[in-house]
Design a protein around this ligand. Structure first.
Ligand SMILES: Nc1ncnc2c1ncn2[C@@H]1O[C@H](COP(=O)(O)OP(=O)(O)OP(=O)(O)O)[C@@H](O)[C@H]1O
Ligand SMILES: [Mg+2]
Length: 265
């Protein structure tokens, strides 16, 4: 049966809020639950690519940079298998740094990723796009290509700072190229329930975003920081860690929200 992937942009222009960690570990948890999942690395830092152990590798067609800059090559040529069953990657490398500037000169500069990724919808259940910490042309391409946006927020004092800029970017994208873009959910990351600050910030985020916030919260956990250096998702590194359990719980909640949405039609 042909699939019709949902395309999810994991975005927040603030750096270090766990966009990449969430992309890898939610995707891997869904793959473990027998969903076919594609990860797309749209960050020149290429942390996602190294996090699944494929640093420096490119597919037959090249990396995401080549996919954005060329036309005509089949999209599947840019996909690599990972060490996890059902989990695939379109890799990035440092070349992508130049794309932000080079894209400006190309036709359909903000729609090139959409053209590319739409060709892959039939092969996967979910496609996650890991975006860089900026609201530049790469992130714009992701938001134009996506059906939904998943927003990780770290539970620190400045968590909501800059969120207005992200929200107005989402509005701008809806008004122009992607009217049906919705928020998949807001995820509290690096949560430390031993501190008042963590609890207060979590509460104020829930007040601001209401039901859009996932009930699952990702705790601060060193295993989540260690796993990427071994090139594997945390469930393969330490399945019993709190970090692994949290991302498995998130995948479960993610899937149950999906089922609820299907049921309501
Ligand atoms: N829950 C957590 N507990 C402990 N460390 C974490 C957790 N989540 C992420 N980290 C670590 O925090 C750092 C930032 O996470 P990550 O790279 O996922 O953020 P990011 O939003 O993708 O960053 P960037 O904006 O630079 O792309 C990484 O070193 C990561 O391993
Ligand atoms: Mg990142």
């Amino acid at each position: 049966m042909t699939k019709h992937a949902r395309i999810i942009s994991v975005s927040n222009q603030k750096g270090g809020v766990a966009k990449t960690t969430t992309s890898i570990n939610l995707a891997a948890s869904l793959a473990m639950a027998d969903r076919r999942v594609l990860l797309l690395d749209l960050d020149p830092q290429a942390n996602l690519t190294s996090g699944v152990g494929l640093k420096g590798q490119s597919a037959a067609g090249g990396t995401i940079y080549d996919a954005l800059m060329t036309t005509g090559q089949p999209a599947q040529d840019f996909v690599l298998p990972t060490g996890v069953d059902h989990l695939f990657l379109v890799p990035a490398d440092r070349h992508l740094t130049g794309a932000e500037i080079e894209l400006v000169m190309l036709p359909d500069r903000d729609q090139r990723l959409r053209t590319f990724v739409n060709q892959l919808r039939g092969e996967y259940d979910y496609i996650f796009i890991d975006t860089p910490p900026s609201l530049g042309l790469l992130t714009l391409n992701a938001l134009v290509a996506a059906d939904t946006v998943l927003i990780p927020l770290n539970c620190e004092y400045f968590a909501l700072e800059g969120i207005a800029d992200l929200m107005s970017t989402l509005d701008r994208v809806r008004e122009s190229l992607n009217p049906s873009l919705i928020v998949e959910g807001v995820l509290l990351t690096m949560y430390d329930d031993r501190t008042n600050l963590g609890q207060q910030v979590g509460a104020s985020i829930r007040e601001f975003f209401g039901d859009q916030v996932f009930r699952t919260v990702i705790p601060r956990n060193v295993r989540l920081g260690e796993a990427p250096s071994h090139g594997v998702p945390v469930i393969l590194y330490d399945a019993r860690s709190r970090g692994a359990e949290a991302y498995v719980a998130l995948a479960r909640e993610f899937l149950s929200r999906d089922l609820a949405a299907v049921g309501s039609h």
